[in-house]
Design a protein around this ligand. Structure first.
Ligand SMILES: [Zn+2]
Length: 329
């Protein structure tokens, strides 16, 4: 019996040892597995952190590049604006006749003047100076010699905005106007509103003709003009373009601030006297509209009283010239 137990015991011992060994090996394997899993997790974490960091770096770099590009773009824009400003300033300083921007630049080469005036810059001493500017539109006419004589007798200078007349007799009056020290200014060749206000070119064509007529008669190129019917006559857009083009050509236009009312032949001599003499005092530089033409006998009759009355009020009578600020509607 003892002999049979021993080998059994030995087998059992071996089995038990094997079981213990097996358990040990199994635990060791599990431990190794956990270790390697932990290593892998750590590695993955490190890699993901590295990835995040590199992405953040790339984004920051991109933003920096974008900012640089933006700054460069702004700098370019500023440089461009400065260049444009410089160009504008240079164009401003340059003679407007040299800019060549006008579509009428090549037309009517004789229709140019050099009118300039100094702005008074808020100086209101004109009221104290008591100067009145009498202006006569639509002449010369049969009345012109009498108007000139009356003006002479008061040592008065005036301005004549003339209209073309075919008759040589009237043409000679132009020289007389100049010789007596008055200002000769342009009004129109045809005085036909429909025609001259049809376009800028129609106006320039008309003015080129009246300018030529005046120049041939007197050797003078007038620098001042008055729109037939005033500067608010005609279509607004055409008149605006005419003003621009005439200014570019060096001309100044004058409207008026005191109307004698003699545009209508029904206005009486008394009305004309009152319209002028009662109203000049309201203006620093009164510019009085009168007419020198057929049917304007009431104006001629009113003129001595007007001159006398204004002289008594302390006024002197001066012609317009290009140094004066224009009176415009
Ligand atoms: Zn007129």
């Amino acid at each position: 019996m003892k002999k049979r137990i021993l080998p059994l015991l030995a087998v059992l011992t071996i089995l038990a040892l094997a079981a213990v060994l097996g358990l040990f090996v199994h635990q060791n394997i599990q431990l190794q597995e956990k270790q390697s899993q932990a290593d892998a997790d750590l590695d993955a974490l490190r890699k993901s952190q590295e990835q995040e960091l590199s992405e953040a770096n790339a984004a920051a770099q991109e933003k920096l590049t974008e900012k640089d590009a933006y700054i460069a773009g702004q700098n370019e824009y500023i440089t461009e604006l400065s260049a444009q400003l410089q160009e504008l300033m240079e164009a401003d300083e340059a003679d407007p006749k040299d800019t060549g921007g006008s579509p009428y630049d090549q037309d009517y080469p004789d229709l140019y003047a050099q009118a300039e005036y100094d702005r008074r810059n808020g100086d209101t001493s004109g009221f104290a100076k008591k100067i009145v500017h009498l202006t006569f539109d639509d002449g010369p006419s049969d009345l012109t010699p009498q108007v000139l004589d009356l003006l002479d007798s008061y040592n008065a200078k005036a301005t004549f905005f003339v209209v073309y007349k075919e008759d040589k007799k009237y043409t000679d009056y132009l020289s007389e106007i100049v010789a007596r020290g008055h200002t000769l200014a342009l009004h129109s060749y045809s005085h036909n509103y429909k025609k001259i206000y049809a376009s800028v070119d129609a106006f320039l064509d008309d003015y080129d003709k009246v300018n030529q007529w005046v120049y041939e008669a007197t050797g003078q190129h007038p620098t001042l003009y008055r729109f037939p019917g005033g500067s608010n006559n005609g279509s607004k857009s055409v008149t605006r373009e005419i003003k621009k083009e005439m200014a570019r050509r060096g001309y100044l236009y004058y409207d008026w601030n005191v109307s004698s009312g003699d545009g209508s032949n029904l206005t009486t001599t008394e009305n004309i006297i009152d319209n002028i003499c009662l109203n000049v005092k309201h203006f620093e530089f009164p510019v009085v509209l009168m007419h020198d033409g057929p049917g304007k006998n009431a104006t001629l009759k009113a003129l001595p009283t007007v001159l006398e009355n204004l002289k008594e009020q302390g006024y002197t009578f001066e012609a317009l010239d290009e140094t004066m600020e224009p009176v415009c509607f």
